[in-house]
Design a protein around this ligand. Structure first.
Ligand code: KIV
Length: 307
């Protein structure tokens, strides 16, 4: 494996070689460093940012400026992984020109290497426009969180024959338009397998079974940081929220009981400086006390005769 940053072509090569790979979301410098050093080849700065970091109920309120802010931090933290910036709601749906302008900003102002946008066939002209301008695009079909108000919340998509066929057509249209990968969210396992077999670009599953070319999960779900709800499709590799809460409570106790900071976390004066300083302070205090006494006994003398 080389040390150069991963490219979209590397991911397509992985599919060709049958090398299944992991992808993960990240939203800041530190977590990007951690997952990059763990060897995860793809980091998505997803608009799940709105939920797991910013505390919104849905992803729809994430602005392009917020995505740019967080994607730039992730890009600084990732040395090797391919960083994909998510296009927020209404930054690409209006028309392909807007999409190009906004995707251009996302890449130019953050240094990310690709963008992701939601939608199938209807988005193919937009994907083609971006790809023609040199912007690698990852598609996203199945459950599309930005359309949650229209589709009625997170639920498995493509369950009828017609819906399944439409999803296969969506995947083919995205491939044809030049997308380098497609996220399949909440797609029945066998349909995800059929799509995976029919496209030459990697499918990246989430809640779509084990037959996709890759898997993506949300950082906060995987490591137990987000506790508002736990999606069925995730597996908790850590319970960080609980561990952090316990650690925070120990910190509170240590501070209250003067157990923190300890000698290792503090610095002190050299003993001779401390001794001399104490002496000088004692002398100063003694003279101040003397002056006070004088002032009480001979107020006119001490206060310049004004009394
Ligand atoms: O925004 C996001 O994090 C995503 C993933 C869940 C694929 O789109």
């Amino acid at each position: 494996m080389t040390d150069r940053p991963i490219t979209p072509r590397d991911l397509i090569a992985k599919k060709r070689k049958g090398e299944r790979f992991a992808a993960i979301t990240a939203y800041d410098y530190t977590s990007a460093q951690i997952v990059d050093r763990a060897g995860i080849p793809v980091i998505l700065v997803g608009d799940t940012l709105g939920m797991v970091v910013l505390g919104h109920e849905k992803t729809l309120s994430v602005s392009l400026d917020a995505m740019i802010h967080h994607t730039a931090a992730v890009t600084r933290g990732a040395q090797k992984a391919l960083v994909i910036g998510d296009m927020p709601f209404m930054t690409y749906q209006v028309n392909p020109e807007d999409a190009l302008r906004n995707a251009g900003r996302l890449m130019q102002e953050t240094g990310c290497s690709a963008v992701k946008l939601e939608g199938g066939k209807e988005m193919a002209p937009t994907v083609a426009k971006l790809v023609n301008a040199g912007i690698p695009v990852c598609g996203h079909i199945g459950y599309c969180p930005q359309s949650t108000n229209a589709t009625g919340g997170p639920r498995v998509q493509g369950k009828s024959i017609d819906a399944a066929k439409a999803m296969i057509e969506d995947a083919l249209a995205l491939e044809e338009a030049g997308a380098f990968a497609i996220v399949l969210e909440l797609v029945p396992r066998s349909l995800a397998a059929m799509i995976t077999e029919r496209v030459s670009i990697p499918t990246i599953g989430i809640g779509s079974g084990v037959d996709c070319d890759a898997e993506i999960q949300v950082f906060h779900d995987l490591f137990g940081l987000y506790s508002d709800f736990v999606p069925k499709h995730t597996r908790r590799y850590l319970n960080l929220a609980e561990q952090l809460q316990d650690a925070a409570a120990r910190y509170v106790d240590d501070v209250a009981e003067r157990q923190f900071p300890g000698p290792l976390q503090s610095s002190d004066l050299k003993p001779d400086v401390k001794r001399d300083l104490n002496r000088e302070l004692a002398t100063d205090a003694a003279s101040a006390a003397g002056a006070q006494r004088m002032s009480a006994v001979f107020p006119k003398l001490v206060n310049g005769g004004t009394d």
